[in-house]
Design a protein around this ligand. Structure first.
Ligand code: EPU
Length: 340
């Protein structure tokens, strides 16, 4: 039997700590419960909203219908072939616990993605990325339930339309429910130290041999020094994407603002550091009621206590307008907004 909770407060289920209610909430631990919940929702014509760790979410109002919180657990090695090892995790597994488990097995590939909040099943949705690695770099496949066809099937990387903080799952919201995720790791270290502060921290260790566990620890230290821990100060990580602009626009901006960090992309466009733009505009550390801009990282909006979704969204809109006026650059929100 499914235990459906009516009028459930979602405050402890989103890292922004926003108190909004779900009309109905159900926790599902396996495929059978998931399918049961979906057929119940179909029967009553309840709209369905998926919830993983709630770490990339702004609750802007009550969520109608049925919120499905995925709590499936389990992780395993699927195959080993030479140095390549495929692992699999159920969608409800905690991401960082999965990273640690893979490191305990001596596997490499996830170390740069240490300490990212959220679940394994949510990782492909926004193609999580940090310190020079994106999920798509290690992605093998997902098993999904396709709500359009009613099938369970496997989607490989080429089907998932991965891009910067984007994927098929974000582009077609509600269609695919990720059941489990497969990642392609390596038994031989191949450290990715392209991100400047990580390279510096690695050099300072004086170690000669690559060691994924050490890289993971360094990544954790860098994250902890810049990014607020959601259990101490509620937030949803980077609130805006780093904007992509044409080479001409990047050059024009560099002329006016020589300090603006920008990174050339494979397609010739440039990615600008949104945190820098927001800091230059004077927003860093600012606060309006309980909604604020983090003191150490201007790309992170925080909830000091009782901010509501509308307070966070209002602050975000004011920042977007200001950045457009000052720099002619549009900032796109990163988290998903529910309850509008
Ligand atoms: N910067 C500032 N002021 C700030 C923040 C940043 O000047 O307040 C400058 C930094 O000095 C640096 C540049 O902006 O030159 C980039 O900053 P940082 O390396 O901290 O990374 P980011 O671009 O702000 C992105 C990701 C993070 C990820 C880091 C490290 C996005 C939207 N965010 O942040 O991801 O951890 O790179 O790889 O791409 C997340 O998605 O939630 C997230 C935290």
């Amino acid at each position: 039997m499914l235990d459906i909770i009516n009028n459930a407060d979602l405050r402890t289920h989103n890292t922004f700590g926003i108190s909004e209610h779900a009309e109905r909430l159900v926790f599902v631990e396996n495929d059978r419960q998931l399918l049961q919940a979906l057929s119940l929702a179909d029967k009553h014509a309840w709209p369905v909203t998926l919830l993983g760790g709630g770490s990339n979410l702004v609750l802007a109002g009550p969520v109608r219908g049925l919120v499905l919180a995925i709590r499936s657990r389990g992780r395993r090695v699927v195959s080993r072939s030479g140095r390549e090892v495929i692992i699999e995790a159920e969608a409800g597994e905690n991401w960082h616990a999965l990273v640690n488990w893979s490191l305990d097995l001596g596997l490499c590939g996830l170390e740069n993605l240490s300490l990212i909040p959220g679940t394994a099943g949510a990782a492909p949705v926004q193609n999580i990325g940090a310190y020079g690695v994106e999920l798509e770099d290690v992605f093998e496949s997902v098993e999904v339930y396709d709500r359009c066809t009613g099938d369970i099937r496997r989607l490989h990387r080429e089907h998932c339309r991965f891009a910067y903080r984007d994927s098929l799952f974000k582009q077609e919201p509600g269609r695919y429910i990720i059941l489990r995720l497969r990642l392609r790791l390596s038994s031989v270290p191949d450290p990715k130290l392209g991100y400047g502060p990580l390279a510096n921290a690695w050099q300072a260790t004086g170690l000669q041999r690559a060691d994924a566990r050490v890289v993971s620890e360094l990544v954790c230290q860098i994250r902890q020094s810049k990014l607020p821990d959601p259990s101490q100060l509620a937030n949803a990580g980077s609130f805006f994407k780093n904007p992509l602009v044409t080479a001409e626009q990047a050059e024009a901006l560099q002329q006016c603002w020589p300090g603006l960090p920008s990174y050339m992309q494979p397609d010739g466009r440039y990615k600008l550091a949104a945190g820098w733009l927001i800091e230059q505009a004077g927003w860093k550390g600012s606060r309006d009621g309980d909604a604020g801009v983090h003191r150490e990282q201007a790309l992170v909006l925080v909830n000091y206590g009782r901010a509501r979704g509308e307070d966070i969204m209002g602050l975000a809109t004011r920042i977007q307008t200001d950045i457009r006026q000052r720099f002619g650059v549009s900032l796109e929100m990163e988290p998903i907004v529910l309850g509008l």
